[in-house]
Design a binder for this molecule. Structure first.
Ligand code: FES
Ligand SMILES: [Fe+2]
Length: 365
């Protein structure tokens, strides 16, 4: 596709700006441009720290299946350092590690090349006469790894540091008991939505639809007090509890002291959401499977099971199905020949506007 196709602009002034051109949500070439310019250059959720809890643990995974399809590997070496590596053998390119487990070394099952757990080439049979061997290109390529609390994120060619992305979360949520979180594997859910990933993000980034789409959620939060805060690569939506509903109690010196926060909804550009409730954290991982298909994984981590179904953090499955239905209807709408771009509500759609500006910035670069 020619470059100019995706050099759309989003005016920085939300009052005059127009929303994303409809083709961004439905053209295959737009999806391919996002793969190369957005997903490779940003931080994506990888896993939580239980998957490489002890030295010698290895955890292979595919980064953004359907979009990047990048085979990666997390390891914890004997010195207790965690590494994110390519899981592709530097000999002839097969996958090195098949499944999670414990290893002293990594050994490729195709022709026996060995690597240490930090990815360095160790040995290989029948290569005695190969010239200039081994060299650094025989090591498994390293991938940028970021850690926030119990969560690992990775980036292939990041345009920003991990700190640029998570600094606001470190500052705002650092007092919460992340060490006590327990992953609830039986409560984890995958939802497949027949819509473009960016429509799912658009919908996530505004509370505007809550009174129309989510009766049960609207009953427990104070819509008038709902707040949006924009960061360089993140958006925070702050839901305030109605009186009597579950809320955090922030320490006296905290920015939210005196507020009855029902939920911190943190979105990190482009595909990760940390939803923090009085019961714990629901990580939502958005995986763009195809231009019109998206998988959303809900991963619950619990620090207070007694509050699990309370307030804004309760009934998440119902809220998700309500979101899915509306987002799928939008996907059908943006294919219309009679729709191209809309306008924003300056009071309610600041987060959506911010996302669209980031997308325009990265797709253009
Ligand atoms: S591909 Fe791994 S040793 Fe040959
Ligand atoms: Fe919603």
């Amino acid at each position: 596709m020619n470059e100019p196709e995706f050099t759309f602009t989003i005016d920085p002034d939300i009052r005059v700006a127009r929303t994303l051109p409809a083709r961004i949500y439905s053209d295959l070439s737009s999806f391919q441009t996002q793969r190369d310019r957005v997903f490779t250059r940003t931080w994506q959720y990888a896993a939580h720290d239980d998957v490489v809890k002890v030295a010698g643990q290895v955890h292979p995974f595919t980064l953004l299946p359907g979009a990047l399809d990048e085979p990666l590997l997390l390891t914890r070496d004997a010195e207790d350092r965690v590494h994110a590596l390519s899981n592709v053998c530097t000999h002839r390119g097969t996958l090195v590690v098949d499944g999670s487990g414990h290893e002293q070394q990594l050994r490729c099952r195709y022709h026996g090349r060995r690597f240490t757990l930090d990815g360095r080439f160790h040995s290989m049979p029948e290569f005695e006469t190969t010239a200039d061997f081994p060299s650094p290109t025989d090591d498994l390529p390293r991938v940028a790894l970021g850690t926030w609390q119990r969560f690992f994120m990775v980036a292939l060619a990041p345009a920003m540091t991990f700190d640029d992305v998570v600094a606001p979360l470190r500052a705002r949520l650092g007092h919460l008991p992340f060490d006590e979180l327990v992953f609830d594997a039986t409560g984890a859910r995958d939802y497949v939505v027949n819509a473009n990933w960016a429509l799912y993000i658009d919908n996530y980034l505004e509370g505007f639809h809550i009174p129309y789409v989510h009766n049960s959620l609207a009953a427990v939060i104070d819509y008038g007090a709902y707040a949006v805060e924009l960061e360089r690569y993140a958006v925070l939506q702050l839901a305030i509890a109605r009186s009597g509903e579950a809320a955090f109690e922030a320490p006296r010196s905290h920015a939210d002291a005196g507020k009855r926060v029902a939920a911190y909804y943190y979105w990190l550009f482009p595909t990760t959401m940390f939803n923090v409730y009085p019961w714990g954290v629901s990580v939502n991982v958005v995986v763009p499977l195809a231009v019109d298909r998206t998988r959303v994984s809900f991963l619950p981590f619990v620090w207070d099971a007694s509050r699990r179904e309370q307030g804004a953090g309760g009934g998440l499955d119902r809220v998700e199905r309500e979101d899915e239905a509306i987002v799928e209807a939008v996907q059908r709408g943006v294919r219309s020949r009679l729709y191209d771009r809309g306008r924003y509500s300056p009071t309610r759609e600041g987060g959506v506007h911010h996302f669209h500006r980031l997308l325009a910035e990265f797709m253009r670069a």
